[in-house]
Design a protein around this ligand. Sequence first.
Ligand SMILES: *[C@@H]1O[C@H](CO)[C@@H](O)[C@H](O)[C@H]1NC(C)=O
Ligand SMILES: *[C@@H]1O[C@H](CO)[C@@H](O)[C@H](O)[C@H]1NC(C)=O
Ligand SMILES: *[C@@H]1O[C@H](CO)[C@@H](O)[C@H](O)[C@H]1NC(C)=O
Ligand SMILES: *[C@@H]1O[C@H](CO)[C@@H](O)[C@H](O)[C@H]1NC(C)=O
Ligand SMILES: *[C@@H]1O[C@H](CO)[C@@H](O)[C@H](O)[C@H]1NC(C)=O
Ligand SMILES: *[C@@H]1O[C@H](CO)[C@@H](O)[C@H](O)[C@H]1NC(C)=O
Ligand SMILES: *[C@@H]1O[C@H](CO)[C@@H](O)[C@H](O)[C@H]1NC(C)=O
Ligand SMILES: *[C@@H]1O[C@H](CO)[C@@H](O)[C@H](O)[C@H]1NC(C)=O
Ligand SMILES: *[C@@H]1O[C@H](CO)[C@@H](O)[C@H](O)[C@H]1NC(C)=O
Ligand SMILES: *[C@@H]1O[C@H](CO)[C@@H](O)[C@H](O)[C@H]1NC(C)=O
Length: 471
Amino acid sequence: MIRQWLGARQWLLLSLGLSSLTQVVAAGITIDIDNTDSIKSAASTVAYDLVTFYTGNNSGDVPGNLPDPYYWWEAGAFFGTLINYWAFTGDTTYNKITVQAMEHQAGSEGDFMPSNQTYTEGNDDQSFWALSAMMAAERNFTNPSSSSPGWLAMVQAVFNEQAHRWDSANCDGGLRWQIYTWNAGYGYKNTISNGCFFDIAARLARYTGNATYAEWANKAWNWSKNTGLITADYQVYDGTTVDSNCSSYDRTRWTYTAGIYLHGAAVMYNYTSSLSSNSSSNSSTVWKNRIDGLLTSANHFYSTDNSSANVMEEPPCESSGSCDTDQLSFKAYLSRWLADVMQLAPYTYDTIIAKVRATATAAVSQCQGGDSGTFCGHQWSSGSYDGTTGVGQQMGVLEVLHGLLATDISGPVTANTGGTSEGNSAAGTGSDETESEILYSAITTADRAGAAILTVIIAGMIFAAVYVMLV
Ligand SMILES: *[C@@H]1O[C@H](CO)[C@@H](O)[C@H](O)[C@H]1NC(C)=O
Ligand SMILES: *[C@@H]1O[C@H](CO)[C@@H](O)[C@H](O)[C@H]1NC(C)=O
Ligand SMILES: *[C@@H]1O[C@H](CO)[C@@H](O)[C@H](O)[C@H]1NC(C)=O
Ligand SMILES: *[C@@H]1O[C@H](CO)[C@@H](O)[C@H](O)[C@H]1NC(C)=O
Ligand SMILES: *[C@@H]1O[C@H](CO)[C@@H](O)[C@H](O)[C@H]1NC(C)=O
Ligand SMILES: *[C@@H]1O[C@H](CO)[C@@H](O)[C@H](O)[C@H]1NC(C)=O
Ligand SMILES: *[C@@H]1O[C@H](CO)[C@@H](O)[C@H](O)[C@H]1NC(C)=O
Ligand SMILES: *[C@@H]1O[C@H](CO)[C@@H](O)[C@H](O)[C@H]1NC(C)=O
Ligand SMILES: *[C@@H]1O[C@H](CO)[C@@H](O)[C@H](O)[C@H]1NC(C)=O
Ligand SMILES: *[C@@H]1O[C@H](CO)[C@@H](O)[C@H](O)[C@H]1NC(C)=O
């Protein structure tokens, strides 16, 4: 406390009088959204507050983990936001902790299935880390150390593993939410897992130029559409059950599920525009129509009140204040992907930037919480700070600010336009199986009863070993 009072800034403020001191404290973050320096300065404050939640670089802690209540997947998203922060502002402050964390959590096989996480890991969890690695490749972020696979190779490993998990035996395809039978949600094909796979395939196609990835992107889009997870008017549902042969849905519409398909469609639009010929299922016109449909349908996620028109909301839970920790972060991803869409499909710029500007203004104005008086809440359109703080809230506002800078930096690169990330198209397919692949094949070759028996046998062996030791 005393040291704080002796700070130069405080002395200056005191000399300006008590009234200006209170004014500064109450003002939170101020921003001129037409001024790049002002946007960057606001972003720097939001990023600083965001990183206060991270403990993984403390000695004794594990690089890449966020403390409770944040799940592992959200940490993956967190480092993506820090990569974007560097890409859009040029501030390198957090690059070191980001490279360290992502290398560590990529695990021994470089596929974001580190041994501490595999048992409960879902396809979407793995994907959120892969998406951050893809951002690193596309933004030409600092490459990992030479002993580690490149960012691109990590994404390719995740792609190959998920393509291998594509479940043609049920509902004509699609990914299940969970990787392993023992996790709740194994019987659910959730849209975000399939949307992430679609997006990863599209981005690999664009980055590498390898058409096999584009074929998978088409396949994943087709399946999502044909299964009814994307409706005729481009509403994007939460998911569907395997038991119903994918005919019964959870129709909840989240910002990020709509956002991931919009992003993937923009990547495919950009990729197909660069090809030398158009086939009927593979033309930029097809993808442009999809972008336009998804963009129109995304109006659902914006306030229509006059006082907060065009401000992004999370309709299922925001106004009631019932969003859980995961859900508090979803607007960050739609915001992140919109910034990319403006770069990948520049014809969307005018439509999107109007919403980004309204959202950024409202979002920043409510960043008045926490010890610093600059932490952000979640209810941007309400016009006042909602009293909450968290990683999701900080990431959300930061990603919106990046959108304001979409024309200040060049778009995502490819291997042909300056990308330097090292790839390996065979990553994740090797005969040198990872622990997870061994588990996976054990479960798919045995039936579920077989897996249960296996568990009983292993438990029995452990019991016997302990018994022998004790005797
Ligand atoms: C961890 O990283 C943050 C952000 O760079 C920094 O503020 C903090 O001092 C670091 N902590 C340690 C123990 O290195
Ligand atoms: C796994 O967890 C243990 C215990 O928290 C930790 O010491 C270790 O570093 C972690 N390993 C990885 C790869 O994160
Ligand atoms: C399940 O649905 C797919 C289409 O999604 C259909 O091709 C298949 O015949 C259905 N299977 C059963 C058993 O109804
Ligand atoms: C799209 O068209 C290009 C150029 O004709 C072709 O090389 C590529 O294989 C096609 N991709 C898909 C997914 O059909
Ligand atoms: C996707 O569906 C279109 C028709 O809607 C078809 O022409 C195309 O071959 C399908 N692509 C894949 C990879 O399934
Ligand atoms: C592919 O189709 C789009 C839309 O019709 C067009 O703008 C583009 O020039 C076409 N590309 C080629 C190589 O013909
Ligand atoms: C909202 O704005 C519209 C158009 O500016 C106006 O016609 C309408 O009366 C306004 N509604 C309220 C409740 O202020
Ligand atoms: C594809 O993306 C690049 C990079 O952002 C952009 O410069 C280009 O205009 C995009 N292509 C199309 C057809 O919009
Ligand atoms: C990518 O990063 C490398 C290494 O930092 C640098 O040499 C290169 O100029 C960068 N390329 C672009 C397009 O920024
Ligand atoms: C393209 O990607 C596929 C799928 O991972 C891979 O099997 C193939 O070897 C790749 N082709 C090239 C030329 O890298």
